[in-house]
Design a protein around this ligand. Sequence first.
Ligand code: GBH
Length: 501
Amino acid sequence: MISIFKFFVLVAIFNKSLADDYLLNKKRFPADFMFGVATSAYQIEGAWNEDGKSMSTWDNLTQTDPETILDGSNGNIACDSYHKYKEDVAMLKELGVDHYRFSLSWSRILPNGFPDQINQPGANYYKNLIRELRANGIEPMVTIFHWDLPLALQELNGVLNESFIDWYADYAAVCFELFGDDVKLWTTFNEPKQTCTGGYGYAYFIPYIHSEGLLEYQCAHNVLRAHAKAYRIYDERFRASQGGKVSIVLDAYSYLPASDSAADITAAETRMQFDLGWYANPIFNGDYPEIMKSRIANRSKGEGRDVSRLPEFTDEEKIALNGSADFFGLNVYTAALVAAMDDPPISNPPSKYQDMGVNDYQPSDWETTSLDWLKVAPWTIRHLLNWINDHYHQPDIIVTENGVCDNTGTFQDTQRVSYIQRYLSNIRDTMEQDGVNVIGYIVWSIMDNFEWAQGYTQRFGLHHVDFDSPNRTRTPKQSAQYYKNVCETKCLVDDDFECID
Ligand code: GBH
């Protein structure tokens, strides 16, 4: 039940979207607030077959089906960070961030996917990177898996194989063992919803299996159990000696009610539960959201099925999952409005869309970018952060990705400056006025990189990368200058006199 107070807060936030008089927050962020930037292995490293690395699913896709990538490109060289990590660290240092979020390539560390053969040169790459970061006073934040599965494991059915839970946990344990003395911030999976709904639901993502409302739930079930297993391994074997924090990175839209009608408010809550709650509720509250369990069970029954399409956790799994995150890692880029609709009739094949039974859309007057899905709606992050705060026991929240694209290659990236400034301002409002514990903010990305199916046509970087030059020359954009000042002053305006202590 939504309280009257929250209802008014919601309506107030909703209405703010219509107001143009939003005032930038000029209060400094706390001294210990983390400012960082992010990348992922396949998107920047290159060196796809060097020093014993095996093929990942992304190497395989881009090389065998280049037409699936908008410009036919691949990450064979990407930003060449495998060879240029010292330059990358110098760039981070110059930017003044205190954290760098990057991911490990499973196929670089364990070429056959399993821990019986550790590829030492691959492990050394990350050891060197971590050493270089630490030598420069930058804290590494490591994502263990950011989508580039060893091809050998995909050939064994990848995430859908129940054994994936063990494969993943073994790999994570190798990572903790190899790097855990120098890494204090870990996340297990980046955006499992992309892996599951993209890979096994709508099929816009490797391995392109279309099974909405069925295999996508099975995929998530395995990912969640793999996450919990890795988290408990950290508890049992590494936490006492290494003393780090472990979580997961979940991607979310801010879903706001399309109107202040009770039906739309309920619809937005349902949408949030099917989106973020699907992954967050097991981790923070020990099970899938009630609304998912009941709606999917009912519809499954109506379809003549004996068991629900949404798998069930055992009691033991619930215990392992419950509380398996030391902070909340949130990737957020955009938002949508949600309206109630008539419950779709039961029909085969099923879909998550029908399971949700709500309608979401992005209003046509929202600020656009070079990617269709990425509409700029900074005020909505306040709603999302409050929602997380209310549903998951006021966790420490790190915004592990936020940023915006362009397809022009401009150095005068004014939209990116404005995007970062407005999102951060709304985050600062949320901390100050709502008491939500946001402890860090990470921009995607430090530099332009291989943007998955978009290839190199979309640029997210604070630094421009010249992909035509063998040097992959990095050049700061206007947004790098802006963010540098934010890191230095912890304040969102350039003129320090205007900042409020
Ligand atoms: C993040 O995903 C990733 O973690 C990162 O690797 C990536 O480079 C970055 O964002 C920028 O995209 O409407 O069918 O086109 C963001 C999640 C995945 C959300 C793709 C939107 C669009 C699907 N995004 N999705 S579609």
